[in-house]
Ligand binder design. Structure first.
Ligand SMILES: Cc1cc2nc3c(=O)[nH]c(=O)nc-3n(C[C@H](O)[C@H](O)[C@H](O)COP(=O)(O)O)c2cc1C
Ligand code: SF4
Length: 672
């Protein structure tokens, strides 16, 4: 199909300093958990974005010197010529598709602990590092500042030698330049105190980067336009002064906001284009192109941002992760094929764990080099096998789509009246509506595949599966939350009175509404405990959330939403009992114990909700194993995230008719 001419403007080239971007799709810097350790993995992933139509593809934060390392999070690096060669891998692949490549030069400053390099970190004043690491930085003296400026200019030249078209001065996200720009910088020399002084290093770096590379490379600045804080009030005075002072100095402004958990907010808290109110003034103060982000997946929102003069380019990190071919799909008039980001931040969690990136919506993300997976192309089937997929949740749906695309004859049998499984149920919980996109994209794809048949309301037993006569079965029957308290803290069932009401998230999602007061025992630590608390509290119940951890939903630190979750629960009036364990459940009460001392107390509980762990629904596997080729896929094999279920479904489809391998992917570090 042809592109809708309404979207032509998105495909107009634009000049950025000495270079020209072929269109308005700009993959802003985003890390990948690969960094300096996995340059080939990284290059292959960025190439797919360029192939998918992103006109600019940037690196992640790219360290300029060993005194700025972020291990165990592997940032990219441009320390020496070896790094130039590593970065050139990416640049060449990006250029192959006509896109520009951008390098985000990064110097952490005070907050790095430099756990890898063991160099002292440098900052404008002495302050402790992030992550509660017990170190503080060295206060930069004039010589340190001169060194820093030299390192930055030399790294810029290395970026140029690697072939980059855009080089960044990175002035936000709490790193060195933000530390200098901050009103808290009260150094007594010409680099602290007044705004003019605090701006000095920033202006010097922009000017010196232009001097270093400005003949062939554009110089971009990433900085905050203000705001985005929890109270939502735009705070822009200082940011405006800064932007005005340097309005036409860089070749491009890449705008974010102060609060990272808003800039990169999960869909539970932040919706598409949410930065608009904070950045829309910037084009009034500069003649240079402006890019910003906003988890843009709707071509109409992109169009409006351009037409309303808010931006010149559409920036995206997560939308480009969830669908590297988003621009191409708009170009080809295939809007319904866009795999929209659901705003879960699992991608970011991989980075915070220092492992290669993954994505809930896009199972090939991070697997382009090591497994050779492409998001749009799958190998043709290797046999005439007829495949029965049992279960239409995220694993089953993904398996059916990928198998169907490979050309297999597929039957998908879903026990319920609707597809989507846990995704359909969970997307009805507060704030999680966008998670339904996991189902919707797959259902839309299945509807295009004549070789996939779907049967709803089709609960199959073992005999029926055998009778069906498929050559192989993918069992994707999910998992059920346990009622007995077994989880991380309790390795066996806890004592529960027969007269007590005990529910699980499955019951709440099925519409059961308990009598209060409700005690939720969250030993899962991801979103479910908090979101169930929010749901029950919103329906007027008295809710206490009990967790053995020190904070609510502690794993959501990895998705950068823990603070928002705990704030919301407190504001809703949910009582929170941290470092506390549910010991047992009596008729109308719950016995709690301090996680440290074991000291017990009893609180009233009309109902207890167990959010502890899930039991795989794998009975059919055990009944049929040995009689038929059957594989457990997703939660019915190993309960986990939706991302893990989608990945498992995809992997099943990719691996069908392939020889299994003990080490199923390439590794960059292994000696060959
Ligand atoms: C996985 C991930 C890693 C990121 N890493 C960086 C980074 O290295 N440097 C940076 O400036 N911003 C980084 N960001 C922030 C993004 O550039 C972007 O500002 C943010 O994700 C909002 O854009 P989006 O809504 O299009 O995702 C990262 C975001 C994500 C999701
Ligand atoms: S992991 Fe989630 S937030 Fe990240 S890109 Fe994929 S769908 Fe979007």
């Amino acid at each position: 199909m042809a592109r809708d001419p309404r979207y032509d403007i998105l495909f107009e080239p634009i000049q950025i300093g000495p270079v020209t971007a072929p269109n308005r799709f700009y993959q802003v810097p985003h890390c990948t958990g690969m960094g300096h350790r996995n340059p080939q993995t990284l290059a292959a992933m960025r190439e797919v974005k360029a192939e998918g139509g992103w006109g600019v593809v940037c690196t992640e934060y790219c360290s300029i010197h060993p005194s700025s390392d972020d291990d165990p999070y592997p940032a990219a690096a441009l320390w020496d010529e070896g790094d130039v060669r590593a970065q050139a891998l990416m640049v060449d692949k990006v250029h192959r598709h006509g896109a520009l490549a951008g390098a985000e030069l990064w110097y952490s400053g005070a907050f790095s602990s430099n756990l890898y390099s063991r160099e002292e970190s440098l900052g404008p004043w002495s302050r402790p590092a992030w992550l509660n690491n017990p170190v503080q930085c060295r206060v930069m003296d004039k010589r340190d500042i001169r060194d820093l400026r030299r390192w930055h200019a030399e790294a810029a030249k290395r970026a140029q030698r690697a072939g980059f078209d855009i080089v960044y001065v990175y002035a936000t996200h709490g790193y060195l330049l933000s530390q200098f720009l901050s009103p808290a910088n009260q150094r007594s020399d010409e680099y602290g105190g007044s705004l003019e002084n605090r701006l000095r290093l920033f202006v010097e770096l922009v000017e010196e980067t232009k001097e270093a590379v400005g003949d062939t490379c554009a110089v971009a600045v990433r900085c905050s336009a203000g705001g985005g804080t929890l109270d939502g009030a735009p705070v822009i005075e200082e940011h405006r002064a800064m932007l005005e002072a340097a309005a036409d100095l860089p070749d491009l402004w890449d705008l974010v906001v102060d609060d990272y958990s808003y800039e990169m907010g999960t869909s539970r808290f932040v919706k598409e284009a949410a930065l608009e109110e904070y950045v829309s003034w910037v084009k009034q103060v500069t003649h240079k192109p402006v890019v910003t982000i906003g988890r843009f997946t709707s071509p109409d929102t992109m169009l409006r941002q351009l037409k309303d003069g808010i931006v010149d380019l559409i920036g995206a990190a997560r939308p480009s992760i969830a669908d590297p071919f988003l621009p191409k799909k708009i170009d080809e008039g295939r809007l319904e094929d866009i795999r929209e980001c659901i705003g879960c931040n699992i991608c970011y969690a991989s980075d915070t764990h220092g492992v290669p990136i993954r994505c809930t919506q896009n199972p090939s993300m991070g697997e382009e080099w090591r497994r050779g997976w492409h998001p749009e192309r799958l190998p043709a089937r290797q046999s005439e096998k007829r495949v029965l997929v049992v279960g239409g949740g995220p694993a089953g749906l993904e398996a059916a789509v990928a198998l169907g695309r490979r050309g297999y004859e597929v039957t998908l049998a879903e026990a319920g009246k609707a597809l989507g499984g846990r995704v359909t149920l969970e997307s009805n919980l507060p704030g999680l509506a966008e998670w339904a996109r996991v189902r919707d994209w797959r259902v839309a794809q299945l509807n295009k595949l004549p070789n996939v048949e779907i049967f709803l309301d089709s609960q199959l037993d073992a005999d029926q599966i055998l009778e069906f006569g498929a050559d192989c079965v993918a069992l994707a029957t999910g998992a059920r939350w346990r009622t007995n308290g077994l989880g991380r803290w309790h390795e066996s069932a806890i004592e529960i009175s027969d007269r007590a009401t005990v529910l699980t998230p499955d019951d709440v999602m099925a519409g059961m509404r308990p009598e209060g007061p409700v005690v939720i025992f969250d030993d899962d630590h991801y979103y479910m405990g908090g979101v169930i608390a929010e749901q029950l509290r919103a329906s007027g119940l008295d809710v206490t959330l009990v967790t053995p951890d020190g904070v609510v939903s502690s794993w959501t630190r990895s998705t950068d939403e823990q603070f928002r979750i705990q704030t919301r629960l407190l504001e809703l009036g949910v009582r929170i009992e941290t470092s506390t364990v549910l010991e047992s459940v009596r008729d109308d009460s719950a016995v709690l114990a301090c996680a440290y001392t074991g000291k017990q107390r009893e609180i009233a509980a009309g109902c207890t909700v167990m959010v502890t762990s899930r039991a795989p629904s794998d009975a059919l596997y055990h009944a049929l194993s040995g009689q038929i080729e059957i594989t457990r896929v997703g939660d019915c094999s190993a309960p986990g995230t939706i991302a893990a279920a989608v990945f498992a479904g995809h992997r099943f489809a990719r691996d069908l008719d392939r020889e299994p391998a003990d080490v199923p992917f390439l590794r960059e570090g292994s000696m060959r």
